[in-house]
Design a binder for this molecule. Structure first.
Ligand code: SAM
Length: 207
């Protein structure tokens, strides 16, 4: 997701450091909960805002690497007055280590950049190495939930096995959307309005 550069975004992110975290540690009471959820590549935030409204007892963390997109996301979070979302402006590859010791009950990857060219496949967020990293960040029995419209990313993800700690428990080529448990991101809304099939994979961390 890339749009026009927004000059206001960086100062906005710095100004709202109660919501947009510059650093994080397990000592922060926000992270002292059994219901902690991470979304990587949150885009403009519709998914995480939808989920946070439906699950007031879960503490959500939205990560987005594009500064302008992250600005839009953070602005929506601030304006929502929801108290169960924090935002990180950053790239998961640079941040995996900073989450050592954290235990998320669920991690979401929604419509991650597909990097369709073979020569770019190492950039996909669902390489075996990254899936194993996500597995380490999950609590025992926790879930990694992936949605995409992209056939190449979907097939590629299915090929990444065996995984160290994750077992695939759901593989739906045509996921029909579960209104009670799920929320739609900007991309999901767009793709569904175009009649595209949405694929969903869910892994569970082995107990
Ligand atoms: C295709 S968009 C989808 C946005 C949103 N999840 C949705 O479904 O509408 C992917 C987003 O992931 C972000 N992203 C890609 N790689 C990332 C990474 N390594 N760490 C954090 N964010 C990333 C991009 O900047 C982009 O905003």
């Amino acid at each position: 997701m890339r749009g026009r550069y927004k000059k206001w975004a960086e100062p906005f992110l710095k100004e709202h450091n109660d919501i947009v975290l510059q650093e994080w540690s397990l000592e922060d009471p926000y992270f002292q909960t059994d219901h902690l959820a991470l979304e990587v590549g949150s885009g403009k935030g519709d998914f995480i805002l939808g989920m946070a409204k439906k699950n007031p007892d879960t503490h959500f963390l939205a990560m987005e690497r594009d500064v302008s997109v992250c600005g839009i996301l953070a602005k929506k979070v601030v304006e929502s007055n929801l108290e169960n979302i924090r935002v990180i402006h950053g790239d998961i590859d640079a941040l995996f280590e900073s989450f050592e010791g954290f235990s998320f009950s669920v991690i979401y990857l929604n419509f991650s950049d597909p990097w369709p060219k073979k020569r770019h496949e190492k950039r996909r967020l669902t390489t075996k190495e990254r899936l194993n990293h996500f597995g380490k960040l999950l609590t025992q029995g926790g879930y990694l939930k992936i949605k995409t419209d992209n056939d190449i990313l979907y097939e590629f993800t299915l090929e990444q096995s065996p995984l160290e700690e994750l077992t695939m428990i759901v593989n739906e080529k045509n996921y029909l959307f579960d209104e009670t448990e799920d929320a739609m991101s900007e991309y999901e809304k767009n793709f569904r309005s175009l009649g595209k099939e949405i694929h969903r994979i869910i892994y569970q961390k082995r107990k």
